[in-house]
Ligand binder design. Structure first.
Ligand code: UGA
Length: 400
């Protein structure tokens, strides 16, 4: 996509001042991580980049502009941007719009080309509505009009956080039920497909796994929680916080399950972690469940080998302060040599198709496999000789 358009209607430049002053429309897509310092660290968003950018736009603008906030933001951030921009003395009008981004990692181009919907929020004034119509026309070049929704700015801001909270909540819901299935001879995949066939519920985002990761869900829920607390809605805050709590519990449960299955001790045992990225097709490891699991296993003094086709650089960085016996090995066969257990922590396609006979023959026996992503053929692995533990199904093991 870049190759076809670069030099035609796509240009890259580090000349920010000229970029701003020449533009009619400026998309602001800076980071809004949660604060790591000071008041309400971890929960409130760190808005310094948005504020600095607003001041930079103001300083270099010589004509009226539409400013589009793309970053995920807490309540009424557009207001703050408007105040900074329109507080200038130079008679320039800035219309601040909020146009949240809904794309997911690994499917970004598909999501861009064929979005479920595009949402554009503005002030419901004559100028605000005119500005948002201009942006609708840009998207209408490739998105059907019925999928472009307009709303007031505050609804658009709330929609983005609510959407991520709902997605994360679905995962925590199915993960919570997965624990119950493991105890009651039910199979979470069968439950999820039965439930997902109800058209009111739908089949997507019902894959029970080791826990959700990524840079967005936890951050956005904490943000929602913080906003609710600010408005004295403690019960609402508690409700959403429980989505993150279940996620942390699911990650811990995975470590506890490994420990108890392997005769209550993993000290000195080699364990091969296949996958470190928070999901397949990305090297991103932010909030990856694999990071928490690796740390949990190291605390039990296990010997950890981390393998991943794309994320080893980030994994090294994430675990640089972790104490214990830890190595990184890209080749999954080498990673499993002499291991007591394999844990699949990212659903990379190549892990579905490994030669598991070969892996088993190089491992210590009895050999364990913990499928944190439910991607393997468990019955076949069991018949081969593995003791197989998955999410949401009773284990298949060769001893009582
Ligand atoms: C998420 C949202 O899906 C996007 O719509 C949103 O735009 C984006 O955050 C954002 O706010 O920037 P992303 O974090 O890239 O996108 O990844 P997801 O595909 O949502 O996966 C998040 C986590 O949930 C992954 O760890 C994934 O393995 C896990 N997951 C997903 C499950 O455990 N079960 C599922 O059924 C689906």
């Amino acid at each position: 996509m870049f190759k076809t358009n670069r030099g035609r209607n796509l240009f890259f430049s580090t000349e920010i001042e000229a970029g701003i002053s020449d533009a009619d429309v400026v998309f602001v897509a800076v980071n809004t991580p949660n604060k790591t310092f000071g008041q309400v660290a971890e929960k409130a968003a760190d808005l310094q980049y948005l504020e600095k950018t607003s001041r930079q736009i103001l300083a270099h603008s010589t004509s009226d502009k539409i400013i589009i906030e793309k970053s995920t933001v807490p309540v009424r951030t557009s207001n703050a941007m408007e105040r900074i921009l329109n507080g200038g003395k130079n008679n320039i009008r800035f219309d601040v719009l909020f146009n949240p981004e809904f794309l997911a990692e690994g499917t970004a181009i598909r999501d861009l080309e064929s979005p479920d919907r595009v949402l554009i929020g503005s002030r419901e004034t004559e100028n605000g509505i005119k500005a948002r119509k201009e942006i609708v026309e840009i998207y209408a070049n490739w998105v059907p009009k019925e999928r472009i929704i307009e709303s007031n700015t505050w609804s658009a801001e709330r929609s983005k956080l609510t959407e991520n909270a709902f997605l994360a909540q679905r995962i925590s819901s199915i993960n919570a039920i997965s624990a119950l299935c493991e105890k009651t001879e039910a199979d979470i995949n069968e439950v999820a497909s039965a439930v997902g066939m109800d058209s009111r519920i739908g089949p997507k985002f019902l894959d029970a796994r080791v826990g959700f990761g990524g840079s967005c869900f936890k951050k956005d829920i904490f943000n929602l929680v913080y906003i609710c607390q600010n408005y004295d809605l403690q019960e609402v805050a508690d409700y959403w916080e429980s989505v993150v709590k279940i996620n942390e519990w699911q990650e811990n449960r995975f470590v506890r399950n490994m420990l108890s299955s392997m005769f209550n001790t993993i000290a000195g045992k080699k364990i091969s972690l296949l996958g470190f990225a928070f999901k397949a097709n990305t090297g991103d490891t932010r909030e990856s469940p694999a990071m928490y699991i690796a740390r949990g296993l190291l605390e039990e003094h296990a010997q950890i080998v981390v393998s991943d086709p794309q994320a080893l650089g980030n994994a090294r960085n994430d675990l640089k302060d972790a104490e214990g016996d830890l190595v990184f090995e890209e080749n999954p066969y080498k990673a499993a040599e002499g291991a007591h257990a394999i844990a699949v922590l990212t659903e990379w396609d190549e892990y579905r198709n490994l030669d598991y006979e070969r892996l088993l023959s190089s491992m210590v026996h009895p050999s364990f496999i913990f499928d944190g992503r439910n991607i393997l053929d468990h019955q076949r692995l069991f018949e081969m000789g593995f003791n197989v533990y998955s999410i949401g199904r009773a284990p298949l093991k060769h001893f009582r």
